[in-house]
Write a protein of this length. Structure first.
Lengths: 557, 78
């Protein structure tokens, strides 16, 4: 069949980048610099796609020459407590490439130095321990308010084709290799087919990237270390970035007026979770909520720094407060315990297993940023920078020798039928409603502590909803259609997470995986990762515990 | 509805329609003004208010002034 009659638009490119956030933009830049022709698809816009906060600090950087930690120290901190779950060597390589990403930012015109010419290394003068490894100079401030705009300029300068308001619905495969993707424009409903020699998934943790890679045959790892809902974002009035944990000493107070952060420092060190979710969780559970951020007793120079930090950390905060006459010197800021608004369907350590070139287990499929798993327990913005640029670099190298991809027109036709079917019905289930149902299942049945009974019930519920509602999904406009794609993609992920949680008969990192029946870590049997792969014959998920250490990834040689 | 637009002040520059990450805004071609087409999808990220150069967008917050602890005589953010 002629491809032109199936697709509204056909694009041929060397490298397709799915997702235009921090990692996607870095990947597009690196791939263009490597000599490849690049196409980026982004659900929103390149200018405002990706994170809208966390832009005042680069969380994990190693370079002793400017007063930061060494590569060895950062590697040790990143693998502490998760040695059993990651590919050794990858964290070290990540640590080694962090400084390169800072130099790239500087090259792109993002300020990373104080006016005196020194790099903005975070001072740990507060005495608080915010990370499991204690006071630790691994953080660099920068003025990232215009980061997205500056990176967008770099992407466009290189002649990259940009598809905005476009989501990916599936990856196209042929003979075990990824040869492109099908995309959907969420404003006009156009069905676009992209033929690419290499594809980079840079879509973050939960935008369908996991399931698209899984359906294409890639291996997922650590999916049981997930939980429902994303980290709650502060309301627009304040965002606790590097400034709060670094300069202001994390001044959280509970409803009784007690400073609460220090109380939980020991637990945070033990469980390896970052401060805010855990502190809030514990305080709310103890009946001491709501929690506020209190800058009122800070000295004037901290207030001045707060304003500069906030104008970058989350650029809207300062303007928002100014427009409403809210003063940092006299106002307390309420911190919600969680927020469904803007949260992801799920968050955690899981992702697509990658090798040292950011390549998945499928030929032609590369993973940048947060969609990957098995590297370290945190990446943050640095993870997006480093893995974005590395996946772009190796994808560009791969396309130089890759064969011309051929698409299977039957697969494209099937995917078109499947994606556009909801527009042809007259009534049925709304995609957003179905997404919310699956999110509720993830939130309720995958909640910690977990037991086999609730997990089995959760799998059954997800299956029932999938079988009952998928055939009657109904879309009245392109946005509805986008939600039907999301809903469809979320069901297998929910089942995979719960199946892996049943399989792991121990508790490890209790805020992410705690089993009631097995309350202790089991180092003897479970110092390994669960790899999930789709059985291409039965379409069932195949789970297999595996020691990642067994594979040689030693970068010291 | 999470956002409110002051249409008297709006000059129709279209930046909210262009830059909203969740595509909450639509565009009325006749009036040359934005519409709020998908209010349920707003995540209160604030991008529209940040981009609006006429200061005519007001984002309503889920977390508002409530449950103020008694020990406080300080003001609480909205």
């Amino acid at each position: 069949m002629n491809m032109k009659s199936i697709a509204d638009e056909i694009i041929e490119t060397d490298v397709l980048v799915i997702g235009g956030g921090l990692s996607g933009k870095f990947a597009a830049i690196a791939a263009s610099d490597g000599g490849a022709s690049v196409t980026v698809s982004e659900k929103s816009t390149l200018r405002r796609g990706g994170p809208y906060a966390g832009l005042d600090h680069i969380p994990h950087v190693a370079n002793p020459e400017v007063g930061l930690v060494s590569v060895e120290e950062l590697t040790k901190a990143g693998t502490q407590g998760v040695e059993a779950l990651i590919r050794p060597g990858l964290m070290e390589r990540f640590a080694r490439e962090t400084w390169e990403s800072v130099l790239n930012l500087e090259k792109f015109g993002v300020p990373v130095k104080w006016p005196n010419g020194k790099y903005m290394v975070l001072r740990w003068d507060s005495g608080y321990q915010t990370f499991p490894y204690g006071p630790f100079p691994a953080m660099l401030f920068y003025r990232g308010a215009d980061l997205g705009i500056k990176l967008e300029a770099q992407v466009r300068k290189r002649g990259t084709k940009v598809l905005e308001r476009t989501i990916a619905t599936s990856l196209l495969t042929n003979d075990g290799a990824v040869v492109g993707a099908t995309l959907l424009n969420i404003r006009n409903g156009k069905f676009i087919v992209v033929k690419s020699k290499a594809t980079i998934i840079a879509s973050g943790r939960a935008s369908g990237g996991h399931v698209m890679a899984y359906n294409a045959g890639a291996e997922l790892v650590n999916m049981e270390f997930s939980r429902g809902g994303g980290a709650g974002r502060e309301p627009l009035t304040f965002s606790a970035g590097g400034f709060i944990i670094g300069h202001a000493g994390t001044p959280y107070v509970n409803a009784k007026g007690e400073k609460v952060f220090n109380k939980w420092a020991a637990v945070i060190r033990e469980t390896g979770r970052t401060l805010r979710p855990l502190t809030l969780l514990k305080e709310y559970a103890a009946g001491n909520g709501p929690i506020y951020l209190d800058l009122t007793d800070q000295p004037e120079h901290v207030h001045k720094e707060a304003i500069i930090a906030l104008m970058n950390e989350r650029p809207i905060c300062y303007k928002f407060n100014q427009q409403r006459g809210i003063d940092y010197r006299t106002t307390l800021f309420e911190l919600p315990p969680s927020s469904r608004r803007g949260g992801f369907p799920y968050e955690g350590l899981g992702g697509v297993l990658i090798d040292e070139e950011c390549k998945s287990s499928v030929t032609g499929l590369y993973i940048g940023g947060d969609a990957q798993g098995g590297v370290c327990m945190w990446g943050g913005a640095t993870g997006a920078f480093v893995h974005g640029q590395r996946s772009g670099k190796y994808a560009a190298e791969y396309v130089k020798t890759a064969a011309e991809p051929t698409m299977d027109s039957n697969q494209v036709m099937d995917e078109r039928e499947r994606t556009l079917a909801p527009t042809k019905r007259n009534g049925g289930v709304n995609g957003l409603e179905m997404t919310n149902m699956i999110m509720a299942i993830i939130g309720d049945y995958l909640a910690n502590p977990r037991s086999e009974g609730t997990l089995l019930r959760g799998i059954e519920r997800a299956k029932v909803i999938g079988e009952r509602d998928t055939p009657s999904l109904w879309a009245q406009n392109p946005h509805d259609l986008m939600h039907t794609v999301n809903a469809r993609n979320l069901i297998p992920v929910a089942q995979i997470m719960m199946k892996a949680a049943i399989m792991r008969k121990e508790s490890r990192m209790i805020t992410l995986h705690e089993r009631i029946e097995y309350p202790k870590p089991d180092e003897k049997n479970w110092a390994k990762s669960i790899i999930v792969k789709k059985d291409l014959v039965t379409s069932e998920a195949k789970l297999e515990p595996k020691v990642l250490q067994a594979e040689k990834y030693d970068w010291r040689n | 509805m999470p956002t409110r637009i002051d249409f008297d002040r709006c000059d129709g520059c279209g930046s909210c329609y262009k830059y909203c990450p969740r595509d909450v805004y639509g565009w009325d071609r006749e009036k040359k003004k934005p519409t709020i087409s998908y209010p349920a999808e707003c995540t209160e990220c604030g991008t529209c208010e940040l981009e609006c150069h006429m200061l005519c967008i007001d984002v309503y917050l889920t977390y508002r002034r409530y449950n103020q602890p008694k020990f406080l005589d300080k003001s609480i953010s909205p």
